[in-house]
Design a protein around this ligand. Structure first.
Ligand code: NDP
Length: 497
């Protein structure tokens, strides 16, 4: 099949309007939030800023639909059929979804089409296929009893997603929640709300009962907080910063002791030992690991920890990988590099780089912004040397294309440097000695470890989630479906009857 032309006119894209509640778009007379195009900073459209009343309306709708629509009580295979149709519709609308994502987020249209949209469909398909594969357990009880653990949906799950991969994040949260028989009310980031609303519309077209998947727009501190605190929200699933994750956890604790799945920040190392089979391959992994999506990925590998013996050669090979990176409008299919989402985020990156330089860091390569991109913030990939574990760019999640470089002399020192005092989301290990790589894998506290590669594959069975302050619980994998259900223990004394 030939690839369709993906170039498009950004002013011609149709934007969903309002909120998506009870199976339909709802306009309200609430204050409007301006949404800018990250590619050039121009005004794209508006979304309403949901009040607590609108959140209540959405949650009540979801709760009623959950109780009465039959979604929770039908067999998992029947739910799977709807989810599969939803995935097919996402594939069918791949071009328009990729264009919507490209105009309103940091994703270049070619990448949105080649990975974000198909991965979104695949994640939903994966949870559809898994829906009837996880039952409860039969317990080893006395012979005259039968003990088992029955799994059941929570009810209405509140999901809060960030701006970095809006389509994928929506599928990671909704796929397991809906497959397990829950209803969902999702608040996307107010910077990237549109593709999530379109997914909700497609879910209804696929046969999902109205009210089972709802989207409310608004700001985190108000709309997001109202969602977390709502008494009919039984569980929260969130992806975003560690700071906001902590606020949500505290809100969930204070308003109903609700379970939470939190996918939070990271400052992931790429540990390179002296012997690697192919230095150019390693350099490619490291470069793509820290510049993908302009560095705005929770798992970005932004700390290079390299053996002193190969440090110069590797840094040169990484620079060679970065020389052809170029900015361009996200609606041009040749663009392969992402802008920073907003001026505020660009200022945060600049501040952390400046603070790092003030503490002695040296810019080894790149930095600053590509010119001629209107008001878009296309940050040049940058390498920072002469850093320590206390340098702000080493310590803090910076969420931009900035790689710090540290060297080591022996295995223990390398592994110690790869550790981080608060984060433990992902780690890359590069070595041609598999024993050495596995020793390091055992000792590094990270929820995901990639050996001789960096980045996820399309294997949805592999869960993702962090250790330490990088999060609680997992997205994807069997674990995400398990976490979308509560487990009821049942014991029957059948001989006494
Ligand atoms: P946040 O974590 O603040 O935002 C993520 C989502 O949470 C958004 O939808 C946000 O809404 C919402 N939110 C914010 N406050 C609350 C609250 N009190 N209750 C409920 N929901 C809330 O990330 P930012 O966008 O502010 O980015 C700041 C930094 O966070 C980045 O520089 C990066 O380091 C990190 N980050 C990490 C991500 C990851 O994948 N690990 C993803 C995004 C950011 P709203 O947008 O309206 O504030």
């Amino acid at each position: 099949m030939s690839t369709p032309s993906l170039d498009f006119d950004p002013s011609a894209v149709q934007l969903p309007q309002g909120h998506f509640i009870g199976g339909a778009y709802r306009q309200t007379d609430e204050a409007q939030i301006a949404v800018l195009r990250p590619s050039d900073g121009k005004l794209l459209g508006h979304v309403p800023d949901a009040s607590a009343g609108t959140v209540d309306f959405a949650v009540s709708n979801a709760h009623e639909a959950w109780k009465t629509s039959g979604w929770a009580t039908r067999s998992p295979r029947e739910r799977a059929k709807v989810l599969t149709r939803w995935a097919e519709l996402i594939d069918h609308h791949a071009v328009s979804l990729a264009q919507l994502e490209a105009v309103s987020s940091t994703r270049p249209v070619a990448q949105a089409y080649a990975s974000d949209v198909p991965f979104t469909a695949e994640a939903i398909r994966f949870f559809a296929e898994l829906a009837d594969k996880l039952g409860g357990d039969i317990a080893a009880t006395r012979r005259d009893s039968l003990g088992f653990v029955a799994s059941e949906p929570y009810g209405v799950i509140g999901a809060i997603t960030p701006w970095n991969f809006p389509l994928s994040m929506c599928s990671w949260k909704c796929g397991p929640a809906l497959a397990a028989g829950n209803a969902v009310v999702l608040k996307p980031s107010e910077m990237t709300p549109f593709s999530t609303m379109r997914l909700a519309e497609l879910a209804v077209e696929a046969g999902m009962p109205a009210g089972i998947f709802n989207v409310v727009n608004g700001r985190g501190a108000t709309t997001g907080a109202a969602l977390t605190r709502h008494p009919d929200i039984s569980k929260i699933s969130f992806t975003g910063s560690t700071r906001t994750g902590a606020v949500i956890m505290s809100d969930a604790a204070m308003h109903g002791t609700k379970p939470v799945t939190l996918e939070l920040g990271g400052k992931s190392p790429q540990l390179v030992f002296e012997r690697v089979t192919n230095l150019e391959h390693t350099a490619r992994c490291i470069a793509s690991g820290f510049i993908a999506n302009g560095g705005q990925a929770c798992v970005a590998g932004t700390r290079l920890i390299v053996h002193r013996g190969i440090a110069d050669a590797l840094v040169d090979a990484i620079k060679a990988q970065l020389r052809n990176v170029a900015a361009g409008p996200l609606w041009r299919s040749t663009t392969a590099y992402s802008p920073i989402i907003s001026r505020a985020q660009a200022e945060r990156i600049d501040r952390l780089v400046e603070e790092s330089r003030a503490s002695g860091a040296e810019v080894l390569f790149g930095g600053g912004y590509f010119e001629d991109t209107d008001e878009g913030f296309f940050h040049r990939p940058a390498l920072l040397g002469n850093v320590t574990s206390d340098t702000p760019a080493v310590r803090e999640e910076l969420f931009g294309p900035v790689l710090t470089v540290q060297t080591f002399d022996d295995e223990d020192e390398g592994i110690a440097l790869a550790g981080h005092p608060i984060y433990g989301l992902a780690a890359g290990i590069h070595s041609s000695d598999i024993g050495q790589a596995l020793r390091a894998m055992r000792r590094i506290a990270a929820g995901t470890v990639w050996i001789n590669r960096y980045g996820r594959s399309g294997d949805m069975i592999i869960p993702t989630g962090g250790f330490k302050q990088s999060g609680i619980g997992k997205d994807l994998g069997r674990q995400a479906l398990e976490a979308s259900m509560r487990h009821k223990s049942v014991l029957i004394d059948f001989d006494a009857m």
